[in-house]
Design a protein around this ligand. Structure first.
Ligand SMILES: [Zn+2]
Ligand SMILES: [Zn+2]
Length: 261
């Protein structure tokens, strides 16, 4: 069905519309062969709290951004190639319902749809696009992916020592290997995680032990016992924007092609 849309005028118009909403803050989206498969608002779990983000599923990429004005203006565009994506469904957990993980090599995060139906639609469409892409390219699905960060609010004390209490002075850090929220002394070492970054990244002491043991050929891991406090902020700076005042009521996800079984 997606193939039918490829050279359609409707598809070209929809893509131009998305491009227009991001304006100069976004990348050009209209490339030959690209199809807008679906769009909608999902709640993305950010470092501080869950926030509404506008998502666009193309047949080759997943694009999302902050909502400045619902259906008119978006910014902070993120583009994730679909070949690098792996999804994992989440069980409903209190207020967090209809969610799943979007995992990639460099970043993994949870999103939540408004309804179970929307969740099922998103997952089915994304997986179908990923499958089609991998079949065409002959590439392998994503192997190792980045850890999903535990949101700040879920940890008042360090998840490693269980003692250190977080406050303005004692700031939270995230282990890049397991995603745990840990204190400075419990994450004063770095380790090279090539899948995520060319530079060694902050890891907790538990992960550092495991990584050192499994990689005893002496990879270029770096131990830093000094002050690492400078990198605790700005790690995910797209989180800083507030939600738009009022999201319009008709925010149901829209998909433009049926899934062929
Ligand atoms: Zn600690
Ligand atoms: Zn860890």
């Amino acid at each position: 069905m997606v193939d039918k849309l490829v050279n359609s005028e409707a598809n070209a118009r929809r893509i131009a519309m998305v491009e227009g909403c991001f304006g100069s803050s976004g990348h050009p989206l209209g490339i030959p062969g690209r199809v807008l498969v679906g769009e909608g608002v999902l709640t993305k779990m950010c470092r501080k709290k869950p926030k509404a983000r506008q998502f666009f599923l193309f047949n080759d990429t997943l694009v999302y951004g902050n909502i400045v004005i619902s259906k008119k203006k978006y910014n902070k565009q993120h583009i994730i190639p679909l070949e690098e994506i792996k999804l994992q469904s989440l069980e409903d957990d209190g207020p967090y319902r209809n969610g799943w993980l979007i995992c990639t090599a460099s970043k993994s995060f949870a999103v939540y749809a408004a309804t179970a139906t929307e969740k099922a639609e998103w997952i089915a469409h994304i997986n179908k696009c990923v499958e089609d892409l991998l079949r065409k390219s002959g590439k392998k699905p994503l192997g190792e992916h980045a850890a999903v960060w535990v949101p700040d609010a879920e940890a008042n004390v360090c998840m490693h020592c269980n003692k250190s209490q977080f406050n303005v002075l004692n700031r939270r850090h995230h282990c890049r290997k397991c995603g745990a929220v840990v204190c400075g002394p419990c994450s004063n070492k770095k380790f090279l995680l090539p899948v995520q970054s060319a530079k060694p990244l902050r890891v907790c002491l538990t992960c550092h032990d495991v990584l050192t043991k499994t990689k005893n050929n002496g990879g270029p891991n770096v131990s830093l016992n000094g002050d690492l406090s400078m990198d605790s902020s700005g790690e995910d700076d797209d989180d800083d924007d507030e939600d738009p005042e009022n999201l319009s009521s008709s925010n149901e996800a829209k998909f433009y092609g049926e899934i062929q079984k």
